[in-house]
Design a protein around this ligand. Sequence first.
Ligand code: ATP
Ligand code: MG
Ligand code: MG
Length: 404
Amino acid sequence: GSWLGMIGGGQLGRMFCQAAQAMGYKVAVLDPDEHSPTGAVAELHIQAGYRDEAGLARLAERCKAISTEFENVPADSLDVLARTSAVSPGAHAVAIVQDRISEKAFIEKAGVPVAPYVAVRDEADIQGAPVALFPGILKVARLGYDGKGQARVRTREEALDAFRAFSGAECVLEAMLPLDYELSVVLARGRDGATALYPSARNEHRDGILAVSTVDAALSASAADAGSGEAGNTADASLWESDNIDAQAERAAVAIATALEYVGVMCVEFFVLQDGSLVANEIAPRPHNSGHYTLDACACSQFEQQARVMAGLPLGDTRCLTNAVMLNILGDVWFDSDSGTLREPDWRRVLSVPGARLHLYGKAEARRGRKMGHVNIVGATLAQAQSGAARVAAALGIAWSTQP
Ligand code: ATP
Ligand code: MG
Ligand code: MG
């Protein structure tokens, strides 16, 4: 069989690997961690850093197509690999989205609204920031994830303190927005520009980390049809006049992907504000946690889709065939608050819930806030999926959704 290459050995690489293997591919993964979740399942684990020349050369030698599961992959490494292999996404797109300053500017240029913000390179940028940005959030421009590298700041003084605490790293300061809810759109775009959109997921975050994603199959029925049409329509005025928020988000995501000349699977996170307007938050140049529901609810998962794009195959069917709720399993679930010790969660109880499908990432050590796995709960009706999810949450001792 032929080989596909993956940079990054976390859970996204692992699920990619499993999907690619199901289609008969072999996977080579580049990751420095001896015990990486992907390394444990890939046919070849090249244990080297993401900039390691010898490691990159071995990956390129073995694989005609290479992708990444990790948005902070050095863009230079993608450029090196692109000399001999088909690399998706390309260095250009990844470089834009891995810096919040260029990312936000790019999204705006694509005609999609973002939160009011300023780039912060020195203290004067905070001194001169409009009052409308307070209360706000200061986010480091690079390398932040799961709410790390962020500080909520009520005042200019707090923003200055937070900027100093980040050791003066470049940041963006954005206004704290009144969110109604959050949603995200995962899409795939092939080398030929063909685009396939997954139905949008509604997301609930806790402490800056995704906790629950919900997909209403009835609501989402139109998405795949919209996506299979002529893609690449950039934002026009009428985009924002539609009262269907999911359709707006889908069109905005396509506009961004097209402007990026993106190849691969990507996700755009959105905020829906209390006044009903839509704002793009950030782009992930890879499959996304909020798209894990596709593993059990869609004919073609976001990971199979990634393999298809790499291999130049037709894009898979993105229609959602069932309602789905995804619950993230964080390392916290292992901590027994009474005894203060670690204990294995009650998987039997989780698996006894109809429609529940357990996905664990094979990480050796449970840590608080660490993503260890997820459960997809599918149901013929959304109410069924939700009541199953409530039972799974109870079995794991985590809070069930606070959303209506
Ligand atoms: P991810 O793990 O998704 O990459 P991240 O560390 O890049 O997370 P963001 O997605 O920017 O961080 O923010 C995390 C969460 O914080 C958001 O999903 C949202 O719940 C909240 N948040 C971020 N920015 C704002 C804002 N401007 N107004 C209100 N809430 C916000
Ligand atoms: Mg992020
Ligand atoms: Mg985010």
